[in-house]
Design a protein around this ligand. Sequence first.
Ligand SMILES: Cc1ncc(COP(=O)(O)O)c(C=O)c1O
Length: 394
Amino acid sequence: MIHQVPFHRPSIGEEEEREVLEVLRSGWITTGPKAKRFEREFAAYVGARHALAVAHCTGALHLALFALGIGPGDEVITTPFTFTATAEAIAYLGARPVFVDIEPQTLNIDLDKVEALLASGKLARPRALLPVHFAGQACDMERVIAIARRYGLKTVEDAAHATGAAVKLNGRGMVRIGTIGDVTCFSFYATKNITCAEGGIATTEDDRLAHKIAVASLHGMNRDAWKRYSSSGSWYYEIDDLGFKYNLSDVHAAIGLAQLRRVEEFQRKRTEIAKAYTEAFLCEPALEPPFARPDVVHAWHLYVLRLRTERLRIHRNKFVELLRERGVGVSVHCIPLNYMRVYQTKYGYRPGDFPVAEDVYSRCLSLPIYPAMTDRDVNYVIDTVLDVTRQNLR
Ligand SMILES: Cc1ncc(COP(=O)(O)O)c(C=O)c1O
């Protein structure tokens, strides 16, 4: 039987089981003390003033833009090389996602192109910049903030991939992602660097934004409405504004609390795997390992390998198929959003609009990278990738 390495396997152990069981037996299973503790501990971990736990990163992005007052007719600049959630959250508010192509090295939004677009005066109502820290590698936040200041834009960071990531800032040294933009949104989806099964958090330094996000995350009720069924809470609540239903349950938060205690260990393991892959693949000219900036802490949520297809007889899809046949779980990140019908019909994007993102997409694949991988798994992935490459050289 061939060895199998799934694309992802979560690291769930006794600590997660104990935390969840405690919630299940406590008599209170939805948003409550565990979610509040998760907020405090996550805020302490990234060094943020506020952390608001929510059901998912998509909700966190929606709430962040909502709290910043983004609305119909506004334009929010972001990358097409992301999961649909990033742009979907913009569209929820009737705003327009303005895609700007990515840099070929980091695969993050190209800030030269962002500046050129803003300077061109072609945008009608630019209101916010929404960079994605792709694969867990931070964008140049010094520059993001400078551009935002110059053009009066708000900043929302999509840090779905970036729990544990950090970036060097002038005067502040190495700073964890989560305290830089107006709001930063993290994902704790099943495959993310830490997980709640489903979950997300919005962090901010701004008291007013924190309050708005907290209230809007639970139907516009006041901040402590989750206590309304308990003896310490009041049954009466006010609704001043429409909100959403994005609260995080204590069952989910309990998993996150246990995971947060292991975040450094997880980060170390991901970094080791990335290093082993890159060392092995650098020896093979048909493979292009991901570029890692020296001035960041990369969270290594994804390991995105590019094929130099001019050196191969097969294309990416066949390469993926061959790896899968040999038991290596592989995925592709990301399918550029201008390829998706909804962004074509709603906003007029077309294939060909973002040559860098489209070129990367045509020859990239994501390899398994997660703490539950054994040394044997890592070596098997390396050997299989090299083998498939060498059997298919031109
Ligand atoms: C870049 C990016 N943003 C946002 C999300 C949405 O995260 P969630 O599933 O927690 O809503 C994802 C999910 O994969 C993502 O990759």
